[in-house]
Design a protein around this ligand. Structure first.
Ligand code: ASP
Length: 340
C-alpha cells in the first residue's frame, strides 16, 4: 500500500508560474508507468491536501500509524511517500509507535519532482515498492522494520539524517549499517535487520508529549538563553546537543541550572553535535557535571531519534526514573550502547 503524504515526490510544476505544487495520486502514478510491470497489487491512500513535510506535526505521525494499523492484514508492506525535509523525524517517530511490527514500512521521497527530467523519484519509488513487497516463501517480510529508502540505500528509519539539500544521496545512516543496497541486484544485510520474533499482534501507541525542547550548545552560550529554555512552562524533557563525545561547558551557572531543572523532574538526554560516533559521558572532565546533574546518555542516537523518542516515552511514562531508563534503553534499534 502506498501512503501519499506529500513532499517533492508528489509535486509538479504549475504551467503559469513554474512553482511546485502537489499533484493528485493518479497523476503521480501516471509518471511511473513502469509500476504496471511490477508484479505487485498496489493500492494507495492519499492525504488531502498533500503536505510539505515542514508542516508535519505529531498528528501526521498518528494518521500514518492508523492507516498502517487499519490495513495491516491486507498488505505485505507499506511505502510512505513523504517530503525529505522532516522524513527522518517521521521515520523515527513511527518506529517508536509500532509494537511487534512484522511488515515493512518504508519511507521514501525525492529531491526532484516526479515529472521532471533527471528526477530521482521513479527509482526511489519503484525500488521502495519492491523492497516492501519482498518476503520469503513462508510470507515473512524480508525487512520488517520502519526504514527509509533513498538513492539505492535502505536504512533503519530511526538512524537516518537528511545530510544534503542538493545531492540525490540525501540521507545517511552514520552510526548504523545499511539494511540493504540496491544496485544491479538488491543486497540485504541480514545480520543488521531486526526480526520481531514474538508472534504478538501489531499494535500502535499514539500518545505523545510535546513538552520538550532542544538545547544546542555553542561556545559563548549565554546563561539567559539556557534559562529561557529551562523555564518553558510545563517542560518535561530536553535533548542537549553537546560537543564531541558528549561534552559541555564547565561553568558553574550551567551546572546549577541543569541540576535545578533536573530536581524539578525535567529529563535531559545527551546527544552529540557530531553526526558519527557516540556520547561517552565521563570520558572527559567536561562531561562529569552533566552526569552529576542527572543527564542521561543518548549514546549514538541521532537528534531526530532522540527528540521523537523523548516525545513518545514522555507520552507513555509519568515516572521520571522510568522515562530515564527507557531513554537509555534501545527500544527499536535506535542506538548502540557504548561498551568500555
Ligand atoms: N520541502 C519538501 C518537503 O520536505 C522537500 C522534499 O520533499 O524534498 O516536503
Amino acid at each position: 500500500m502506498l501512503i501519499f503524504t506529500g513532499g517533492t515526490i508528489s509535486m509538479g510544476e504549475t504551467a503559469d508560474t513554474g512553482s511546485l505544487s502537489p499533484l493528485d495520486t493518479e497523476r503521480v502514478l501516471g509518471f511511473v508507468p513502469e509500476l504496471k510491470t511490477l508484479n505487485v497489487n498496489l493500492a494507495s491512500v492519499s492525504f488531502t491536501p498533500l503536505i510539505d513535510s515542514s508542516d508535519v506535526e505529531p498528528t501526521v505521525w498518528m494518521r500514518i500509524a492508523k492507516i498502517v494499523e487499519e490495513n495491516y492484514d491486507k498488505f505485505d508492506g507499506f511505502v510512505v511517500l513523504h517530503g525529505t525535509d522532516t522524513m527522518s523525524y517521521s521515520a523515527a517517530a513511527l518506529s517508536f509507535m509500532f509494537n511487534n511490527l512484522r511488515k515493512p514500512v518504508i519511507f521514501t521521497g525525492s529531491q526532484l519532482p516526479v515529472g521532471v527530467l533527471r528526477s530521482d523519484a521513479k527509482e526511489n519509488l519503484i525500488t521502495a515498492i519492491e523492497l516492501a513487497a519482498d518476503h520469503d516463501e513462508n510470507g515473512n517480510a524480508t525487512v520488517p522494520e520502519v526504514s527509509l529508502f533513498f538513492e539505492g540505500q535502505l536504512m533503519r528509519g530511526n538512524r537516518t539524517t537528511k545530510r544534503s539539500a542538493e545531492e540525490f544521496d540525501a540521507f545517511a545512516s552514520f552510526n548504523y549499517h545499511l539494511l540493504a543496497k540496491a544496485g544491479v541486484h538488491i543486497k540485504y544485510y541480514e545480520e543488521y535487520i531486526h526480526q520481531e520474533n514474538a508472534s504478538l499482534p501489531m499494535t500502535i501507541d499514539t500518545v505523545y508529549s510535546d513538552k520538550v525542547a532542544i538545547l544546542k550548545l555553542y561556545p559563548g552560550i549565554r546563561r539567559e538563553n539556557v534559562e529561557a529554555i529551562l523555564n518553558i512552562p510545563e517542560l518535561r524533557g530536553v535533548v542537549i546537543e553537546t560537543f564531541g563525545s558528549g561534552n559541555a561547558p564547565r561553568a558553574d551557572w550551567f551546572y546549577q541550572l541543569l541540576k535545578e531543572a533536573s530536581n524539578r523532574g525535567i529529563v535531559f538526554v545527551n546527544v552529540s553535535q557530531c553526526r558519527a560516533g557516540s556520547v561517552e559521558m565521563g570520558r572527559y572532565a567536561t562531561s562529569i557535571n552533566l552526569q552529576r546533574a542527572g543527564v542521561v546518555s543518548g549514546h549514538d542516537m541521532t537528534l531526530e531519534a532522540a527528540i521523537t523518542k523523548l516525545m513518545m516515552v514522555l507520552g507513555r511514562c509519568h515516572d521520571v526514573e522510568d522515562v530515564k531508563r527507557m531513554m537509555e534503553t534501545p527500544l527499536r534499534g535506535e542506538m548502540t550502547l557504548f561498551k568500555d
